[in-house]
Design a protein around this ligand. Structure first.
Ligand SMILES: Cc1ncc(COP(=O)(O)O)c(C=O)c1O
Length: 437
């Protein structure tokens, strides 16, 4: 089976030359916060299965609702038809998302961003301002892998091969908070941001940015007040604000709806990942009545739709998931765990093997110091990311670093014992680097 995994499957974000069939783990089961491979070995899921898992694997209350839905309606599209779970979920989402009044369904985060961009572009056309078609985004932003999303979340090391097909986007500087350190450059960043927006507002339809923090761009946590100020600038200069909460919403940073915490109601917001607890693909793009009304007023259609828009099983899963958030008080539980994570990170940040520690809620990033990277390379011959990955796996933890950054992004409901284990394995990796210095 391992051999076929190389011959038949083309893996995402993977140099297939380095896909080693003999060491690859084939995951056959999930139990609690662990993934179990074909040889029965188990790995603590330290990246929440690409940042989406909430309750761990095999959560019975959600599976029961999924089964109920499978038994009654497996799929029926939203093209000229409606279905009950998508209606019920839209009501739930709009109750949570102040300022939003309409829900558009897709099945992954990247397409939720495409929809947001199409809404913004067409909104200004509907209102007789077709020249407003330029997008602005943040440096280090990431919004997915489709063409619109790559344009606004351009990461050169990933996307340079596709550049000729990407639309031109203006990129604003993005701030990043380190653990326990003030950010002195914030005023400068905001000044530069305002002068840039002012200059190009007449031709710009929207600013697109992650809400609360950037994850794929290197775990960059916004300082207090930054996002609120961007929202104010967007209003002041007549530009829409599109917030991407695909990775940061639903508790990752400690808040159900991150833009409410940041006091920055957007015109359009996207959710995905944790929306279904990581059990089925589903994403949404929410918007306000002004944008929706512009389509009614100009008798325009939003030409976007996927086979699985409003998928009933996905929506039923999301409803069950939201019910559990309330029933188990997940957001409160996260705030307690977040304090524990912070305390441990303060201890780890003193190591000479570590630099730039960032943390918020259930998200943390620690960079291996330059000294540490050099020592790993010199003494083991390995690149830093593969050193981290292999050492974590050896201790029974699945981590996926972003180059030199150890990323902690566990299932949101992870229990204290497993969280302690996860942090202790990070500590062991750091000690191992220290010994190489
Ligand atoms: C902030 C953000 N936006 C969009 C996406 C794209 O989501 P998907 O992988 O579901 O297409 C991601 C994925 O990691 C993300 O982190």
């Amino acid at each position: 089976m391992a051999l076929f995994s190389r011959h038949h499957i083309w893996y995402p974000y993977t140099d297939m030359n380095q896909w080693d069939s003999s060491t690859i783990k084939i995951i056959t089961r999930g139990r609690g916060f662990y993934l179990i491979d074909s040889k029965g070995r188990q790995y603590l899921d330290g990246v929440a299965s690409m940042w989406c898992n909430v309750w761990g694997h095999g959560e019975k209350e959600i599976i029961r609702e999924m089964k109920n839905q499978i038994n009654s309606l497996q799929h029926s599209s939203l093209f000229s038809l409606a279905n009950k779970p998508s209606i019920e979920l839209s009501v739930e989402l709009l109750k949570l998302s102040k300022g939003m009044e309409h829900v558009f369904y897709t099945d992954n985060g990247s397409t939720a961003i495409e929809v947001a961009m199409k809404m913004a572009l067409q909104y200004y056309k509907n209102r007789g301002r077709p020249e407003k078609r330029h997008f602005v985004s943040l440096q280090n932003g990431y919004h997915g892998d489709t063409f619109g999303a790559m344009s606004v979340g351009y990461v050169p090391r990933y996307f340079s091969a596709y550049r000729t097909l990407l639309t031109k986007v203006t990129r604003l500087p993005s701030p990043s908070m380190m653990l326990g350190e003030p950010l002195f450059e914030l005023d400068e960043i905001l000044e530069e941001t305002e002068s840039c927006i002012k200059k190009i507002s007449a031709k710009t339809c929207a600013i697109v940015m992650e809400s609360g923090a950037q994850i794929a761009g290197g775990i960059k946590i916004y300082p207090q007040g930054y996002q609120k100020k961007i929202a104010k600038l967007a209003r002041k200069y007549g530009v829409l604000l599109i917030l991407d909460e695909i990775a940061t919403g639903f508790g990752r940073l400690g808040n159900m709806i991150e833009y409410l915490k940041q006091d920055s109601v957007p015109d359009i917001v996207c959710f995905g990942k944790a929306l279904t607890a990581g059990y089925t693909p589903l994403a949404v793009t929410l918007t306000n009545s002004e944008i929706f009304r512009s389509f009614l007023d100009s008798k325009a259609k939003l030409y976007h739709g996927h086979t699985y828009c409003g998928h009933p099983i996905g929506c039923a899963t999301a409803i069950a998931n939201l019910k559990l958030y309330r029933k188990r008080g997940l957001i409160r539980d996260i705030s307690l765990k977040s304090r524990f994570i912070r305390k441990r990170l303060y201890e780890l940040q003193n190591s000479p093997a570590v630099s730039n520690v960032r943390h918020e809620g259930m998200l943390a990033g620690l960079d291996i110091s330059n000294q540490g990277i050099d020592a790993i390379k010199k003494r083991t011959g390995e690149p830093v990311d593969s050193f981290i990955f292999k050492n974590a796996l050896h201790s029974g933890v699945y981590l996926r670093p972003l180059e030199k950054t150890i990323v902690l992004i566990p299932p949101l409901a992870i229990d204290r014992k497993n969280l302690e284990y996860l942090l202790s394995v990070v500590g062991l990796i750091i000690e191992k680097v220290e010994r190489l210095l």
